[in-house]
Design a protein around this ligand. Structure first.
Ligand SMILES: [Zn+2]
Length: 304
């Protein structure tokens, strides 16, 4: 089997890897905000970069001895772009809310396709975080598999539950009420904090205070409150770190969350791209600033 676009399982690690071919295709995202209709502030470009084959069915296969396992490169990759060139920290709240509602709506639409098992939303701000176009945008992926990074989180959630906890993130939010050392900010419905074991300096988690596993069922009012929490975190990072590039990832439950995954609690991870590389990090994650120090610094920052 030698397809140039395939999802392959690395036999040495057991991790699924998307193998695609950009040697002859320009991977630059094609965005044209001028196609937005009058009054629209958010646009969607499906199939914006040649990573997946949008129309392909899901095929799986393996060598007779199971050494090489693969799936067809079925999947969707949408770019959701915004008609402004500001950062989210400066955007009017109603505009940001409209963007978050667009994310939820596109997720609902993509999850109607029964090929897909997992939605992943990533937003990158600034060139250093790998944004490939200057227009503000996010990328939404519909995957035919649950990626290892998310599976690891699901295992951690179910492990905590088995040890007698309820939801690990609900318990973490509760712990942050007693010990404020990693607390950064809060809105009516969301909490902003520095995680216990971050993999980046000044990493932030933003999570709903109520237990919600699936971002697709978030109500408009909750999204407006989420926008407020995102802006609180991003404004503090912008002031404290002088407008760093960052990467934002939305972790939501698998589309068909079975009984074992129903205890997942969606959350947003924000990772500023700062220049503190460690030789250890490809093998062991290293965070050069303790989250308690980062949180104290961010709490000090006052924003409008
Ligand atoms: Zn929870």
């Amino acid at each position: 089997m030698n397809d140039r676009r395939q999802i392959r399982k690395d036999p040495l690690t057991g991790r699924w890897v998307v193998v695609t071919d950009w040697s002859e295709q320009d991977p630059t995202l094609r965005l044209d905000p001028s196609t937005l209709e009058l009054g629209q502030r958010v646009g969607v470009v499906p199939g914006a970069a040649p990573i997946f084959d949008r129309r392909q069915r899901v095929d799986r296969g393996q060598d007779p001895n199971g050494l090489h396992q693969w799936m067809s490169a079925a999947g969707e990759h949408e770019v959701i772009y915004e008609d402004h060139d500001r950062g989210w920290a400066e955007l009017p709240l109603d505009h940001l809310t409209e963007i978050l509602i667009a994310y939820r709506e596109r997720m609902r639409i993509l999850s109607d396709d029964n090929r897909f098992r997992q939605l992943v939303l990533v937003k990158r701000h600034g060139q250093r975080a790998g944004a490939r176009t200057s227009a503000s945008h996010a990328e939404l992926f519909a995957l035919t598999f649950v990626p290892d990074e998310l599976r690891q989180r699901l295992v951690a959630f179910s492990g905590h539950q088995r040890r007698g906890g309820t939801c690990v993130l609900c318990d973490e939010l509760q712990a942050l009420r007693a010990d404020r050392s990693r607390f950064v900010d809060e809105t009516l419905r969301h909490l902003v904090y520095c995680p216990w074991a971050p993999t980046r300096a000044f990493e932030l988690v933003i999570a709903p205070k109520g237990h919600h596993g699936d971002f697709r069922i978030t109500a408009d009012a909750e999204l407006s409150d989420l926008g407020r929490a995102l802006q609180a975190g991003l404004q503090k990072i912008k002031v404290a770190l002088e407008d760093p590039a960052y990467r934002l990832v939305l972790y939501t439950a698998p589309i068909e969350a079975g009984a074992d995954q129903g205890h997942f609690h969606w959350h947003v991870l924000i990772q500023p791209e700062l220049d503190w590389p460690s030789a250890l990090s490809p093998v062991v994650e290293l965070c050069p600033i303790p989250p308690e120090v980062a949180a104290a610094r961010l709490r000090e920052v006052s924003v409008e």
